[in-house]
Design a protein around this ligand. Structure first.
Ligand SMILES: *Cc1c(COP(=O)(O)O)cnc(C)c1O
Length: 421
């Protein structure tokens, strides 16, 4: 039996049926910003494996970091034990974020779970019974149940899970556009805080770009106002930077566009340069002190693979590599190319809008039924892209060759041009 046939019969893929109702590409290997299929066909990677491969694939420095660590110590439990790689990584995260206390965990969704638990424990430590969260419409914060409960209810099909999911408070998302007026959403946010603050532990948001819930770039002014409201009502500000973090929007973290500091930040995806599953929840000293000085005195979480040394070692190398390369200039150049090339799609009949920021480019169609067609066209023409619904988007590695980037964008546009209605 060919391994792809085993896959088809036995292996779940993200948001898929079993056997798979859509075609799955067999991938043999990767190199830099290319993916090689079973038959050696080369695809340019327009997805950077969902925001994670920020340096491209098979970077020699990252490969070496992992190889070295595997001989020293592949894993060790973190309960009652400390190791150097976790300390070095945590200090890097503290220095980059200006926050203080780092919880290293397995995946983005888990870091959001930990963030929500931390916010509730913080309020509990202050003698407050605040168990609700405010989140935005169109938000995406992960697939586990608590993380899902703060995702847009329609997009994540809350209805399927009935009474199992806690009901949180959703507020209007700022309208699309980095420079667009967001006063309507701000007014709604003020009202939401006013009405609900007594029961609300935290406000969770993806800063500047709402990712999987719609690839919506918005005005950082919204974050400034949200920070003010969080301070006013003692609600913790949780910045979910799992997608936006490590440079994707042109700043190291997207909150920097608003010049604000969150109380809690979650990072993941690009943290290990796309090598290992790892995420982190990082909080201010105020938050960790409040929990640690409470009657209970401990943060109630501790996964088996917390602080995994292999993941730590490659995350350290990835962050150092980022800091040693001109990543800001690279992302800015990518942003310029997206702006130039996407312009060609703007006036196509089926295109509703285009938008881009940093290493992210988006074409929104006014019809959601062409995603598979566009993916097939792009693969045939040597580009790996995975549109969802109306959104054809690309997030590229910062090391991508500029001609390759232009080819990616133009192939996406050519695919749209060949759609026959
Ligand atoms: C991807 C993502 C998550 C979930 O991360 P996983 O590693 O897939 O669990 C959470 N929040 C945001 C903003 C994300 O983009």
């Amino acid at each position: 039996m060919h391994w792809l046939d085993i896959d088809k019969e036995h292996v779940w893929h993200p948001y898929n049926s079993l056997p798979s109702s859509t075609k799955l590409l067999g991938v043999k290997r990767t190199n830099k910003t290319s993916i090689f299929l079973e038959d050696d066909k080369e695809l340019l990677d327009a997805m950077s494996s969902w925001w994670s491969a920020i340096h491209g694939y098979n970077n020699p420095r990252l490969n070496d970091a992992l190889k070295k660590q595997v001989d020293i110590m592949p894993h060790i439990m973190f309960g009652g034990i400390a190791h150097e790689k976790a300390s070095i990584l945590s200090k890097l995260l503290v220095d980059l974020t200006g926050l203080n206390s780092v919880f290293l965990c397995d995946s983005g969704s888990v870091s959001v779970e930990v963030a929500l638990k931390t916010a509730i424990q913080y309020q509990e430590a202050k003698g407050l019974k605040k168990y609700k969260f405010i989140a935005c419409e169109h938000s995406y914060h992960g697939d586990t149940l608590a993380a899902m409960s703060v995702c847009d209810p329609q997009n994540s099909m809350h209805s399927i899970y009935g009474t199992y999911l806690p009901k949180h408070i959703f507020t209007k998302a700022p309208q699309i556009g980095f420079n667009k007026d967001c006063s309507e959403a701000i007014t709604a946010l003020e009202q939401t805080f006013k009405n609900h603050h007594e029961e609300v532990a935290g406000f969770i948001i993806e800063p500047v770009v709402q990712g999987a819930g719609g690839m919506r770039v918005y005005n950082p002014e919204f974050l400034v106002k949200a920070r003010e409201l969080c301070d006013k009502y003692d609600v913790l500000f949780i910045a979910d930077e799992i997608a936006t973090g490590f440079g994707h929007t042109g700043k190291m973290f997207a909150v920097e566009h608003a010049n604000i500091k969150p109380d809690i930040m979650t990072v993941g995806k690009g943290l290990t340069g796309g090598y290992m599953t790892m995420a982190a929840m990082i909080t201010s000293k105020k938050v960790s002190d409040t929990i640690s000085n409470s009657e209970l005195g401990i943060l109630m979480h501790g996964p088996t693979f917390m602080g995994n040394p292999l993941a730590c070692s490659v995350a350290i190398e990835s962050i150092n590599l980022l800091l040693e390369t001109p990543w800001e200039e690279r992302v800015l150049n990518i942003e310029k190319i997206f702006s130039e090339e996407l312009e060609k799609a703007k006036d196509l009949e089926i295109v509703a809008s285009i938008r881009n920021i940093g290493a992210i480019g988006v074409i929104e169609l006014n019809d959601g039924s062409y995603a598979q067609y566009i993916q097939d066209y792009c693969v045939e023409h040597g580009v790996w892209v995975r549109p969802f619904g109306k959104l054809i988007y690309s997030i590229v590695s910062y090391t991508i060759d500029h001609n390759d980037l232009r080819k990616i964008i133009n192939t996406m546009i050519d695919a749209i041009k060949t759609i026959k209605k």
